[in-house]
Ligand binder design. Structure first.
Ligand code: ADP
Ligand code: ADP
Length: 235
């Protein structure tokens, strides 16, 4: 589903990614593990073109990712993002936040949100059920806890009906119990819907617990690629 070859990303004279080669299969739940500054976030942003690679190629479902135009819009539709700080719209209801996953561009989005088609509401409701927030649909999102906001983030990503979900440190701001709940919902999405999930984490304990395959990143390079059993604290 994701094929990365010779990916380099340079900021000024600093190499954040150094020759990344990576294949992620359809439906795989991949954990990218590494300390802060390792390049995990840059890797995700190069996959969905929030950052432009300095060199190298990224293919999504056999298509070479392009920096602009129609193919970039197609890429962004296929690849959903989940962020550390949730990036929900605080004053909108939970359901409207999830509905934003059904739309691409912001100006038309605001008017569209007044008159959303029935079909999109049904999809949003179903996604809220997946993260067990159906009872909160009409609440303003800023009344929710951090863990609930992140579940809204997951529901919004699911509402996009993507092939790939990229989660950038989705539990870095959450306590351990809430983190496990959120990671379970993400894992379920890949298992039950066949979505390819790449999840950045910096905590080795969660990587061991949730990772089927773990890619360790350090200093812009892949330093480990395997199951949880081979992870040592040095990775
Ligand atoms: P991680 O997600 O593993 O914490 P990042 O990908 O955010 O790592 O960052 C990797 C390195 O690249 C860090 O040293 C960071 O400071 C640097 N970096 C990230 N984004 C930029 C940027 N826009 N400009 C300059 N340096 C950046
Ligand atoms: P996170 O740790 O949540 O992944 P960061 O705090 O590393 O995010 O980065 C937040 C934003 O700042 C990103 O857009 C990143 O590109 C940018 N950034 C990170 N490090 C640097 C840097 N050294 N110089 C310039 N911009 C940076």
């Amino acid at each position: 589903m994701i094929k990365i070859r010779g990916l380099n990303k340079r900021y000024g004279d600093f190499d954040a990614l150094k020759g990344i080669d990576l294949d992620v299969a359809r439906g795989e739940f991949l954990v990218v593990l590494g300390p802060s500054g390792a390049g995990k976030s840059t890797l995700l942003r190069c996959i969905n073109r929030l950052a432009e690679p300095t060199s190298g190629e990224v293919h999504i479902d056999g298509q070479l990712a392009q920096p602009s135009g129609a193919s970039l819009r197609a890429l962004r539709r296929q690849v959903a993002m989940i962020f550390q700080h949730y990036n929900v719209v605080p004053r909108l209801s939970v359901q409207k936040n999830v509905l934003t996953g059904r739309m691409g561009s912001l100006p038309s989005l605001l008017s569209w949100l007044q008159f959303f088609p029935r079909k999109d509401v049904d999809i949003a409701r179903e996604c809220l059920r997946r993260v067990e927030l159906q009872d909160k649909a009409e609440l303003r999102t800023d009344t929710l806890s951090g863990g609930q906001k992140q579940r809204v983030g997951i529901a919004r990503a699911l509402a996009q009906q993507p092939k790939v979900i990229l989660a950038d440190e989705p539990v870095a701001s959450l306590d351990p119990k809430t983190s496990r709940t959120v990671l379970n919902y993400l894992k379920q999405a890949s298992r039950e819907l066949g979505i390819t999930v790449v999840c950045n984490l910096h905590q080795i304990d969660y990587a061991r617990e949730f990772g089927e395959r773990i890619v360790g990143v350090s200093g812009g390079r892949i330093v480990y690629d395997g199951g949880p059993e081979g992870l040592t604290d040095e990775v």
